[in-house]
Write a protein that binds this ligand. Structure first.
Ligand SMILES: [Zn+2]
Length: 118
């Protein structure tokens, strides 16, 4: 990481910037851990350009960046259980036939459906 030794905080102008590896960035409900610097005085955090770029790259790979396909749907309660209908536009986008094996995982308050589990 390119940051001069004993650099002063650009935010408060007083604090020393300490290298840290636990800066939390929230993106679409996912938390990314980034490396960077934190001011010892005001607590302001700075993420270097290349590290921020890495987060965007990972977010892209996860499909979280540039394609926010967020649709709101209601669950349907049936005698056999609760159904979640996959919206047509997502079905087309994912190329689903309707007989795929999927993996559902719980991440906090979210359900993540993996349509191509390995
Ligand atoms: Zn500061």
């Amino acid at each position: 990481m390119k940051m001069p030794e004993n650099a002063k905080c650009p935010s408060c102008g007083k604090g020393r910037l300490n290298p840290v590896d636990d800066i939390l960035t929230n993106l679409e409900g996912y938390v990314f851990v980034e490396k960077g610097f934190r001011c010892a005085t005001c607590g302001e955090e700075f993420v270097p350009e290349e590290e921020g770029q890495k987060t965007i790259e990972i977010a892209r790979r996860l499909g979280l960046w540039g394609e926010p396909m967020k649709l709101y749907r209601k669950l349907v309660k049936t005698a056999k259980g609760i159904l979640l209908r996959i919206p047509n536009d997502m079905q087309r986008n994912l190329g689903l036939k309707g007989n795929e094996e999927i993996a559902i995982s719980k991440v906090g308050k979210k359900l993540v459906i993996d349509f191509s589990p390995d």
